[in-house]
Design a protein around this ligand. Structure first.
Ligand code: HPA
Length: 292
């Protein structure tokens, strides 16, 4: 089944939940590690996993139903590890995208698995284009809300009652307390943090300058090709979510230059230091406040 045939999962809701359970069972057969905090590490940001102690990596290809990404910069491992302050986390080192041909329910399989493995708060990261001419490549942005402009919704089709309700509330999809903690950590570490609305598009072509003008009118501050389906699926499961964009470039038409994926990756990697400090501090603060 591919995205081109239908956005509705061909898998029955019971089977969808059973597939997540099968992935969880396969993880459980390999490790007894658990974590209440999860992370999705996006383009060029997967290096965070390699900084963790007692790192255990399970390649997606060795777990049932977890699709592997073909995109450069996306490793494809489910990782368990311990931060420098001794907090256990579970991470997706790399994710798959709709533009690779994966249906939305495949795109979110990894985050649903982390949730079923016990993650109660999940930080989603991504690379994104910035829409504000005053911003610079390398800026980090806390996502306050999103515009799902992919034309798809992962919850389309019969509801998987075992995962969550038919009509999940999205009012505070990006958890205000987790966002506030992230801002506190950034301020205390002297890391500047932007904030704004993320527009999620299907890609894989970058946007046209006209589309970027439209997105600015709609109130978006950043644009990317991931995150929105994952956040919808996690809110469906009542998982607390926060998300952080690494602004790797200014979006099409904002500067008189063309966009390319290699630069997107390089900038994400260059920001590694700040990102690691921020993630580490944020994870510590969540654990300390008992938010997960
Ligand atoms: N547009 C869409 N996705 C992106 C961009 C962009 O400019 N930069 C990084 N991911």
């Amino acid at each position: 089944m591919s995205l081109h045939e239908s956005p509705v999962s061909p898998v029955s809701p019971a089977d969808l939940a059973a597939r997540v359970d099968a992935t969880v069972a396969a993880v459980r057969a390999r490790t007894s590690r658990t974590a209440r905090i999860g992370l999705v590490l996006g383009s060029g940001l997967g290096g965070f996993a390699d900084t963790l102690g007692s790192l255990e990596k399970l390649p997606y290809g060795e777990l049932p139903h977890l699709p592997s990404s073909a995109v450069v910069g996306h490793a494809g491992n489910l990782c368990f590890g311990t931060t420098a302050t001794g907090i256990e986390v579970v991470c997706m080192q790399g994710r798959v995208h709709g533009y690779e041909g994966h249906a939305p329910w495949e795109v979110v399989h990894g985050v649903r698995t982390m949730a079923k493995l016990g993650a109660q708060a999940i930080l989603v990261t991504n690379a994104a284009g910035g829409l504000d001419p005053a911003w610079s490549p390398g800026d980090l942005m806390v996502i306050t809300d999103h515009l799902n402009l992919t034309g798809l919704n992962v919850l389309t089709g019969p509801n998987a009652e075992g995962l969550g309700p038919r009509f999940p509330d999205m009012s505070d999809a990006y958890d205000p307390e987790l966002r506030a903690l992230l801002k506190d950590v950034a301020a205390s570490k002297g890391i500047s943090l932007r904030e704004g609305v993320y527009a999620g598009l299907s890609g894989p072509s970058y946007e046209t300058p006209a589309e970027i003008r439209m997105l600015r009118t709609l109130g978006a501050a950043a644009v990317g090709m991931s995150t929105v389906q994952e956040v919808i699926a996690l809110r469906h499961m009542h998982v607390r979510v926060a998300a952080l964009s690494c602004i790797t470039n200014l979006a099409a038409g904002i500067l008189p230059q063309k966009l390319n994926h290699t630069e997107v990756e390089e900038i994400a990697r260059l920001k590694r230091g700040d990102l690691l400090t921020l993630l580490e501090g944020w994870i510590g603060a969540i654990a300390e406040k008992g938010l997960a």
